[in-house]
Design a protein around this ligand. Structure first.
Ligand SMILES: [Zn+2]
Length: 304
């Protein structure tokens, strides 16, 4: 109506359009009962809950989610006691790539898990089977559940992988510098280069690959990972710094010369000014660490 359109007839909202319900405060229409591992839901009664981990802090909101045929209880808590880890005195920069999931400034590579591809192939097969089923049939319902289960499997494994990588980083480093995502996504776009032989034409930049489906899955993935990393860091009394990604991948760490030509390939960095050669991902991670340290120094100068 705000855009001047006429209101239409209300859409029918089927039960399956919804998969979660949230109560904004514990004790109002719902209550978490820690002694018996049960949750009271108004109009439903007491429901037994399988606790995957001890509930810490004070329960604030309660959410019930459905995923396929499974039901989950999500508790968000206030005043969760932090569990600071012993200081290690080591700082790190972390770069994200397509080939390696993360690369650290210490030269450690964590590869993208191999199961991701197999998982997607299985999902695709299930989606094809679903597409061949007759609408409204029982077979179709079963096929739909199979698709949902495969989606769930992929996200579960991925989240597990994220938690493990984040746990390692938080355990080993006091400060973790990462590229600021909001800026990174803009910087990554390739600039158009005109073809000298054919005026008006442009050389291929690989932009299609950069903005393709894999790219967007990858970006979403990285955002989810950084979210987990930040939560873990806060709990452990560590710091995660967002740094400006400007020139982190193409500025030479030896002489400071910044040029796109420094990036010979996806894997190799070679400075056109001084000839410095390095692994491109490790080089970028070291630049990210340096940017993080500069940020930290500026912060401390301001505080002093
Ligand atoms: Zn150089």
């Amino acid at each position: 109506m705000k855009t001047g359109e006429k209101p239409g007839y209300p859409r029918f909202k089927a039960a399956h359009r919804f998969d979660s319900v949230e109560w904004p405060s514990d004790g109002d229409g719902c209550r978490w009962k820690p002694d018996t591992n049960r949750v009271y839901l108004q109009g439903v009664g007491d429901v037994k809950v399988t606790c995957h981990r001890p509930v810490k802090g004070r329960v604030k909101t309660i959410q019930v989610c459905r995923s396929g045929r499974k039901w989950y209880l999500v508790l968000s808590c206030d005043e969760v006691p932090a569990q600071p880890l012993p200081r290690t005195g080591v700082l790190v920069g972390v770069d994200v790539g397509i080939a390696s999931f993360v690369t650290t400034s210490d030269g450690e590579h964590v590869d993208n898990p191999r199961w991701a591809r197999a998982g997607h192939a299985r999902l695709e097969a299930a989606q094809q089977r679903l597409a061949r089923k007759q609408r409204g049939s029982n077979n179709r319902r079963a096929a739909r559940e199979s698709v949902a289960a495969r989606h769930r499997k992929i996200t579960d494994r991925r989240r597990d992988f994220h938690h493990k990588v984040a746990r390692d980083l938080v355990t080993n480093y006091d400060l973790i510098a990462v590229e600021d995502l909001k800026i990174t996504n803009m910087v990554r776009r390739a600039k158009a280069v005109s073809d000298p032989d054919q005026p008006g034409q442009f050389l291929p930049t690989g932009q299609a690959a950069k903005s393709g489906l894999n790219r967007s899955i990858h970006d979403a993935d990285w955002a989810a990972f950084v979210g987990i990393l930040k939560a873990k860091a806060e709990e452990a009394g560590r710091r995660v710094l967002d740094v400006d990604p400007w020139h982190t991948s193409d500025r030479c760490e030896a002489c400071g010369h910044a040029a796109q030509e420094n990036r010979v390939s996806q894997a190799v960095f070679r400075c056109v000014a001084c000839g410095h050669v390095a692994d491109a991902d490790e080089h970028a991670a070291r630049n990210i660490l340096r940017a993080g340290l500069a940020l930290l120094a500026a912060e401390q100068a301001e505080a002093a």
